[in-house]
Design a protein around this ligand. Sequence first.
Ligand code: ADP
Ligand code: ZN
Length: 608
Amino acid sequence: MSTLYEAREVLRRVFGHAEFRGMQAEVVAEVLGGRSAMAVLPTGGGKSLCYQIPSIVRPGLGLVISPLIALMSDQVAALQQSGVAAERLDSTAAPWERDEILARLAGGELDMLYLSPEGLMQPAMLARLAKMKLALIAIDEAHCVSQWGHDFRPDYRTLGRLAELFPGVPVLAVTATADARTRADIRQELRLAEAAEFVDSFARPELQLAAERKTGRGRARVIQLVKARAETSGIVYTGSREGADDLAQALRDEGIPALSYHAGLDKGVRAERLEKFLEADAAVMVATIAFGMGIDKPDVRFVIHADPPAAIEAYWQEIGRAGRDGQPADGITLYSSADLAWALRRIESREMGPEVKQVQVRKARQLYAMLDGNVCRAASVRRYFGETKVEACGVCDICISPPQSVDATEAAQKALAAVHRLGGRLGRARIIDHLMGKTKEPSDREITLSTWGIGADFSPKGWRDLIDGLLLEGLLLEDPNDGRPVIGLGDADGVRAVYRGERRISLREHLEAHDGSTRSGRPKKRTREAMAALSGEAAALFEALRAWRKGEAHEQSVPPYVIFHDKTLAEIAMLRPADLATLALAGGVGTGKLERYGQAVLKVVREI
Ligand code: ADP
Ligand code: ZN
C-alpha cells in the first residue's frame, strides 16, 4: 500500500525538497489511492511532481502524455540525474535509440515514459502498454483537449479512449490554465466525471498589475515605462516581428540594452539572445509570443504588453514571467479598441470551425473586459481560473486608485444614434465632428440629420473615450478598412438595450497614468475623501507631501503611487516625523524607500 509517507520520503530523497507545496500533497494522495484527478496549478506550481512521485511510488510504469514532448527533454534529463529511470519517445528519436527504449520498456525497467498523444495512440504502442502494469497516466497541458481552451489540439481528443483501454489506471489531468468551461470539457472528454478537482491559488502577490488605454501605437509610453525601470530586466511583448525589431531599436537609441526576439530570427541568433538575456543583470527583451518556453529568469522586474495578448490565459502566462524570485514586479498592459478590432479580425480570418472561433472571440472580449474594467485585476484573473473566495490584491492600479466612473448612457445613446444615421461609413474623428457640429464643409444631408451637433457639450477627448468604450463593449465595431478605419454598430441587442436605457454605460475617469498632464494628480474627489480624515494642519502637510511626490514622480517618469501611496502620505502627515526612525513607522515606508526619500520627506515636514 503506497502512502503519503512514502511519497514524502521520495520527495526528500529523490527530489531534495523538504515539504510538499500548495496542493501537491492532496493531488499525490488522491493518485496514490488509485483515483483519477484533475489538477489546475499555476505555472511554477510544481505540477510535474504530482505525477512523478506517484509514478515512482506506485508499482508499474508512469505514462506522461504531453503535446510538447520535445520540450520534455529537460524534465527527463533531470529525472535521470536523480536516478529515476525515465525516457521519452518522440519522432526525433533515432531508430536505435527507440529500439533500446522499447526493449527497456518491455523488460519493465522504466519508471516513467513520456509520449505525445500520437505516439501513444499508435496500435503497436498500445499493444505494448496493454501488457504492462501502469502506475498512472498523466495528461499534461490537459486544456489542449478542449475546444474551449486556448490551445485546442485535435490529437488530444483521442485520449478519451484511455479510460476504456486502461481501465482501473488512475488518470491525472494537469494544466496551468483552464477556465470553468474548459475544466468541464476536460472532465467530459477524458471521462473524468468522478475525478476530484484541485484548483490551486493563482495568486501572485508580488505582481503589481496595471493596464492603460494607449494613444496611437503607444510606443512613446512603452519607452517611458521602460526608462523608468532602467537598470532592471524586463520583457516587452509586441504583436508583430517588425514591431519587436523596431521597438528594440528605439529602446537602444535611448540607451537601454534591448534585444528583439521572434520566430523570424535565425535559430542560432535566438539562442544567443536568450542566453544574453538570462545572464544579464539588466536587459530588456522585446519579443513576440515566440519568446516563452524556458524563460526561468528569476529577476525579471517587469513585463509590458505593448500590444495585448490573445486571452487571459496568455496574459497570465506572460505576465507571470515577472517576479519569479518573489520580489515585487510590474505587469503593465497597453491596449486600445483598435487592438481588439485587429484581434477579432484575425480570429475571423483563421481556418477553424465556427464554434472554435466563437470561443476565441469570447476569450478576447473577456480579456478586454478585464483590461478596461474596474475590478481588481488579480482578482478578475483568479476568478477566471476558477478560484473562489478571492480578495482584491491591494496593489494593482485599480485597487490603488479606483477609477471613478460617471454615467454616460445618454451620451452613448447619442453616439450610437449618430453612427447609425451616418451609416457606418465614417471614422472616429468624423463621427465626433458630426456630434459636435464641427464637420468641415458638411453635406446638406449631414446637417439635416437629427444627430447633427447634439454633442457640443462634451469634449472631443470625452467622445473619443466614450467611443473607445463602446468599441470595447462590442456595441460599436471598427472595420479596419485597409488603414482607413470606419465605425459601425455592433451587437444589435446591446444597442437596443442602451437606447431603452436598460443597459447603462459608464465612462471611466481614467487613471492618472493615462494622461501625461495629469499623471501625478489623483482625481479630486479621492483627495478630498482621504483628506477628510485629516485635521487642518495634517491636511496641509498631506497636500505638501503630495506636491513633493508629484515632482518626484514626474522626474522619474513613474506613477506617483510607485513612490508612496496616498495612504502612506496620510500616515506621514499624521505622524509628523522629525527623524528617520519615526518616518519608518508609517506603513509603506520600507528601508529602501527610507533611504531614497527619507531626507526629502523630512525636509517637507520641517518646512510646513
Ligand atoms: P510547473 O510544471 O507546475 O510549472 P514544475 O513542476 O516545473 O512546475 O516545478 C517548478 C519548480 O518548483 C521546479 O524548479 C521544482 O523543482 C520546484 N518545486 C516543485 N515542487 C516543489 C516543492 N514541494 N518544494 C520545493 N520546490 C518545488
Ligand atoms: Zn487589485
